[in-house]
Each structure stands twice: as C-alpha cells, then as structure tokens.
Design a protein around this ligand. Structure first.
Ligand code: 5GP
Length: 201
C-alpha cells in the first residue's frame, strides 16, 4: 500500500535491525486518515469472505481494526492483555510471547463476543514472529469460530511469522512488507530508503 510505505519512509525510526518505531502514526499518535485508508484496503482484500467479526489485540491493533470493521460493517473485538475486574467470567484465553516486551502473557476475550457462528478476520499492527496472531487464532479456534484470514499493517518479512502463519494455511495479507532494517535503513522489497536512526543515550 503506497500511502503506508511513504509514511513509513518519512516517519519510521529504525531502533535496531529488528525493531521499527512508528509512534507518530500507529503505536502512540494515530493518523485517522491513514487508518481509514488501511481499513478500506483490508475491507477490499477480504470482501466477499463472509466476515462477521474483526479480532485484534490491544492496544495498537484497535485503530486499524476499527476502521476495517467500519468498512465491512461488522463489530470489532479486541483481546485484553491485562486482567480486568469487569472481565472475569467465561473467558477464552491464550498465551502470547510478546516480541517487544520479551515476556509471555495471557490474552483473553469473553465468550460473549465470539462464537462458532463467527467468521473472523484477525488484524494486527505488526507481524514479527507470529505469536500475537497465533494467540488470536487460538482464541478463535477455542470459540469454534472460523478464520477468514489475517490482516497485518506492517510485516517484517525477514522474521519468521509470515512463513509460519502461511505454512499453517492462513491467508495473510500485509499492507507493507519490510525486507530489512539493517544499518538504520528500511528496505521494502528491492528498494532501499534511508530513515532517521534514533540515537539512544
Ligand atoms: P509477533 O507476535 O508477530 O512476534 O509480534 C507482533 C507484535 O509485536 C505486534 O502486536 C506488535 O505490537 C509488536 N511488534 C513486533 N515487532 C514490532 C516492531 O518492529 N515495532 C513495533 N512498534 N511493534 C512491534
């Protein structure tokens, strides 16, 4: 998706050879216009799949997921990462190892909001090693829902998640695929573009 790739080129900050920071439009501040275009793109790619629900994970999956839900006219459910006093009964849970936090946590969704009648589209902001998407797929499977596919805003193609999910038979649609973050550069497929390198003290 050209608009997204331009945004990453202009505003993405390479934190290391494996981590890209996009806080200015996705992970902290959110660009609503870009999210709307992302929602339209996912909706187009997964049109006519009979999707009844979008499933994502808090917090950065919510913005693109809501815009996709808006376009497909279906509800959006986000898995909670933290325990909540109001989310106690009938939970469907899965364990997820977090790429950025480097710890395993339990994610949960109430069984009120996902059922065997659902055809789910999983949405997430980044795809690295595929743990978050697999956790969401696990929750959908435990609810006996079917999975139409997985929509990813930014896939890091040099990490294992993409092949892991595709080998398991999931349809994965990524709007931008990064080939490498080496030497402070973001490269998309054949093209290499210099981005700012954040200096850490
Ligand atoms: P995975 O579960 O596929 O290993 O990692 C995906 C999750 O980790 C995403 O939900 C995202 O929050 C986070 N993540 C992975 N890589 C990056 C990255 O390079 N930048 C940011 N901002 N988040 C990432």
């Amino acid at each position: 998706m050209e608009l997204l790739i331009e945004k990453i080129k202009n505003e993405g900050i390479v934190l290391s050879s494996s981590v890209l920071k996009v806080d200015s439009f996705l992970n902290h501040q959110v660009d609503p216009q870009l999210m709307l275009e992302i929602g339209k793109e996912f909706a187009e790619r997964f049109a006519h799949c009979g999707i009844t629900k979008i499933l994502t994970i808090e917090s950065s999956g919510i913005a693109p997921a809501v815009m996709t839900g808006l376009q497909l006219n279906v509800p959006v459910v986000f898995a909670r990462k933290r325990k909540s006093l109001t989310l106690v009964n009938n939970l469907i849970t899965a364990s997820v190892y977090s790429f950025t936090k480097e710890e395993t946590s339990e994610i949960s969704v109430s069984n009120q909001y996902i059922s065997e009648n659902d055809k789910v589209l999983i949405i997430d902001d980044f795809l690295a090693n595929g743990r978050a998407s697999l956790g969401l797929a696990d929750i959908a499977s435990k609810a006996k829902a079917s999975i139409a596919g997985i929509g990813i805003v930014i896939e890091k193609g040099f990490q294992d998640g993409g092949s892991l999910l595709r080998d398991k038979g999931y349809r994965v649609e990524s709007l931008a695929i990064i080939d490498s973050l080496n030497d402070g550069l973001v490269s998309f497929e054949q093209q290499t573009t210099e981005t700012k390198v954040e200096l850490t003290r």
